[in-house]
Design a protein around this ligand. Structure first.
Ligand code: NCD
Length: 462
């Protein structure tokens, strides 16, 4: 496949082969960055940043300038028609006529998907709330590959705010896709969201192991933080052994430690850093397991990564940021059709084709930050889910990818002249597999089902 005219909304949109091809082109371009001028002459990139940004926006813009293209930009929601109540779809349709490609950052999760649906030109997600940030992931993988030569079989530790860190969410799936093992070191209360873990297990063959702290009081030591071990592709020997010591697991060394800041701007009311946010410094990196560890961070850093590490030979975060230009040049040049790269392999793991579920009443996405439930967007976006599991019945929002498990189900096929068949059932009854996806109705409560005239069946009691 070629990347021409394709949007990049989540990291799932790129196959391993396409990512490798992008890295190869980034290598080629960084060998002589000034020689690329003219490749995208006459093309316009719209740079729409409705959340703070330094690196992502400037490296995208620098990349477009390096390719000889032009940039139009907007980075103040209050200075655009959003402030007048304009919807994202209307903005996308308009900007789609002004530019050849859109790069968008927005606080609502799923916003980039909506822009891609309406713009009519390729759209690149530069961060949509706490959901994903796929181009940061390309910079992260590219940095790891420059040092380690491969991603497969590496052990990568993710540190800090794994709940709201969008760079972490994109990176997790990419690492799993390439066959790396992942260790989670969340700051307490900021663990990887359940829907992300479920997707890792179901779609990437991940196996989880929880390492409980030997001494829960000693929160400072990395070995004492709870960790979750994911082994994509093939079950890991240690993951099969109960009560395995984390130290044993770490004996082979950690290949990269990916540090993130607390995404305080996404915390909900009452959510705070109850426990101290763990800091990565020289002392922590004295551990044997970190001897050859690349220290990475998408930046900006606040207090979680000590400045004393800047001179440490393991530090890679400024390289990560610098590589944003050639990586984004490679991506823009391919999306705009200025370069086509041979793609070696296709998707290592086939993407599942889950049935879509549209239900215009009752249910909506429960994530308050989802684009689909914002008042300006609800006028045209109808709730849209994928049925990702039957046991238990699990729906995933097409926009923000948060999941939910409805408690009751019914079929639109109730009528056929027999009103007594207008029944609802428990979502865990055998009927969940009998009702065809296009006829399925889901409810979160019995009241919701009864309000629509459905009566309880034999299979409705919990
Ligand atoms: C990250 C982001 O915006 O998600 N920054 C970036 O793009 N390099 C990380 C962060 O803000 O913490």
């Amino acid at each position: 496949m070629t990347l021409i005219n394709r949007s990049l909304v989540t990291i799932d949109d790129l196959s391993n082969g396409e990512m490798e091809a992008t890295f190869a082109l980034a290598d080629e371009m960084s060998a002589d960055i000034k020689e690329q001028f003219g490749l995208c002459k006459g093309k316009i990139m719209a740079s729409l940043f409705f959340e703070p940004s330094t690196r992502t926006r400037m490296s995208f813009e620098a990349a477009m300038h390096r390719l000889g293209g032009s940039v139009i930009s907007s980075f103040e929601a209050n200075a655009t028609s959003f402030a007048k109540g304009e919807s994202i779809a209307d903005m996308a349709k308009v900007v789609g006529h002004y530019a050849d490609i859109i790069v968008i950052r927005h606080p609502w999760e799923g916003a980039a998907r909506v822009v891609a649906d309406y713009a009519g030109i390729p759209v690149i997600n530069a961060g949509d709330g706490g959901h994903q940030h796929p181009t940061q992931t390309l910079c992260d993988l590219y940095t790891i590959k420059q040092d380690k030569g491969t991603i497969k079989g590496l052990k990568i530790a993710l540190w800090g705010d794994l709940k709201y860190g969008r760079t972490v969410h994109s990176l997790i799936f990419a690492l799993a896709k390439f066959g790396a093992d992942i260790l989670f070191y969340p700051s307490p209360g900021l663990e990887v969201p359940e829907h992300v873990v479920k997707k890792l297990i179901k779609e990437y063959g991940g196996k989880l192991t929880h390492y409980k702290s030997a001494d829960p009081a000693a929160k400072d030591e990395v070995s004492n933080l709870d960790a979750i071990y994911v082994t994509p592709n093939s079950p890991h020997q240690l993951a099969m052994m109960p009560n395995v010591n984390l130290q044993v697991e770490l004996a082979s060394g950690v290949d990269a430690l990916y540090v993130t800041r607390a995404q305080k701007e996404r915390f909900t009311a009452g959510e705070g850093l109850a426990n101290r946010y763990p800091v990565v410094d020289k002392k922590l990196l004295q551990g044997k397991e970190f001897k050859k560890t690349l220290v990475m961070h998408p930046l900006p850093r606040v207090d979680e990564l000590a400045y004393e590490l800047d001179a440490d030979p393991r530090a890679r975060y400024f390289e990560q940021a610098a590589r944003g230009v050639p990586v984004r040049m490679a991506l823009l040049a391919q999306s705009l059709g200025a370069k086509e790269m041979p793609v070696k392999d296709e998707e290592a793991l086939p993407r599942p084709d889950y049935p879509l579920h549209r239900q215009t009443f009752g249910i909506k996405c429960a994530n308050p930050k989802c684009v689909s439930i914002q008042p300006t967007e609800q006028k045209y976006i109808k709730p849209l889910f994928r049925i990702v599991d039957h046991d238990p019945l699990t729906m995933r929002c097409v926009y923000c990818e948060h999941g939910f498990e409805p408690r009751f189900i019914a079929s639109t096929e109730w009528h056929e002249g027999k009103v007594e068949f207008k029944k609802y059932h428990r979502a865990d009854s055998y009927l969940v597999k009998k009702i065809r996806p296009e006829h399925l109705l889901v409810f979160n409560s019995e009241e919701e089902a009864e309000a629509l005239g459905f009566k309880p069946s034999h299979y409705s009691h919990e």
